[in-house]
Design a protein around this ligand. Structure first.
Ligand code: F2R
Ligand code: MG
Ligand code: MG
Length: 305
């Protein structure tokens, strides 16, 4: 398999694996490394949450629409997925968007009406965005446009949108760049400079300035926070990426930060998969991962287009 394809495939599998590895620890204020290691070595099924559930719906719509994105179709796909499995641990916002759309609003109108009209700044649009990188590849403008369009179906606050744009363009640039791994901070700095939403941009800049010092990365991530807001969890995922040396150590670094562990690990897994590739993910973990075959098939479908 060509190196770039392996990396793009890694972004999607890394998302799902991170979600499933982090899920049991969601909401813990602090997580011990030994607890994460025990879970990684456990034989139990790795079940994912809303992060992967929504990513699957996004991937299916991108595949069916030949890489285009119709926001209403995507909204309907998200709503149908939620109606089928509402127990996947969704945030409060998306189900409200689906209910408002059923009453006649467009998804974007519905999303914009949330939280007193400011729209959601949650990480829900960033956590699911990996399929966009498989479609856009080295076309970063397209990655940014698709990421923003898929975000606005549920998240219209600038930080909710830009969190998704950052994760998609970062995954696309990391997967398609020939630059050595130690130039990751520079690649991500360039991606960050495209952003305008503070305090997200400022937090990302602080995290990137802390690399490659792992203790400093951890300190900055904990200071910025590890909650569901994109301005906290997206920088935390980048701190984990820059603390790891392969997909598994990146996921471990993400989960030990605590807080929104499934989503920080999903986004760190997206980015680490884009750097290290699907071939870096141990088969023993993929064998435990829920619907791994479906995810691999969807990645192939998006890459073959
Ligand atoms: N929801 C969860 N975890 C909660 C526990 C789940 C439980 N374990 C279970 O099994 O049921 N995780 C998932 O939610 C996050 C993604 O959330 P999303 O899609 O962004 O949702 P939402 O509601 O739009 O935003 C999240 C919360 O952020 C606050 N917020 C957002 N925008 C706001 C604004 N403009 N003003 C004020 N507050 C705002 C609200 O509290 C939102 O509910 C992921 O972690 C995913 O795993
Ligand atoms: Mg989740
Ligand atoms: Mg979460």
């Amino acid at each position: 398999m060509r190196r770039t394809e392996d990396r793009l495939r890694g972004a999607l599998l890394g998302l799902a694996l991170g979600d499933a590895v982090g899920a049991p620890f969601e909401g813990w204020p602090r997580v011990g490394g030994a607890e994460v290691d025990a879970w990684l070595d456990d034989g139990a099924r790795l079940r994912w949450t809303d992060d992967t559930h929504m990513a699957l719906a996004l991937a299916q719509v991108l595949d069916a629409d030949d890489g285009a994105l119709d926001e209403e179709r995507l909204g309907d796909a998200f709503a149908a997925a939620f109606a089928e499995q509402p127990w996947r641990g969704y945030g409060a916002g998306p189900p409200q968007v689906f209910a408002l759309a059923r009453r006649g609003l467009t998804y974007r109108e519905a999303a914009a009406s949330l939280f007193g009209g400011s729209g959601s700044f949650g990480n829900g649009a960033a956590m699911r965005v990996a399929p966009v990188a498989l479609v856009a590849r080295s076309d970063l403008e397209r990655a940014a446009e698709l990421a923003a369009a898929q975000a606005r179906v549920t998240h219209t606050h600038p930080e909710g949108v830009e969190g998704a744009v950052f994760v998609a363009t970062a995954a696309a640039v990391l997967a398609t760049s020939d630059a050595p791994v130690d130039s990751m901070p520079q690649l991500l700095r360039t991606t960050t400079e495209r952003m305008s939403a503070d305090p997200l941009r400022r937090a990302l800049t602080e995290v990137l300035a802390a690399a490659p010092d792992v203790e400093r990365l951890t300190r900055v991530a904990r200071r910025v926070g590890t909650g569901v807001a994109a301005r906290e969890s997206v920088p935390a995922a980048v701190a984990a990426l820059l603390s790891g040396h392969d997909v598994v150590s990146t996921l471990r670094a993400a989960v030990v930060l605590g807080g929104d562990t499934d989503t920080i690990a999903a986004m760190a897994g997206t980015l680490a998969g884009a750097v290290h590739g699907a071939s870096d993910i141990p088969r023993r973990l993929l064998d435990r991962l829920e619907a791994a075959e479906q995810l691999e098939a969807l990645a192939s479908a998006l890459l073959e287009r």
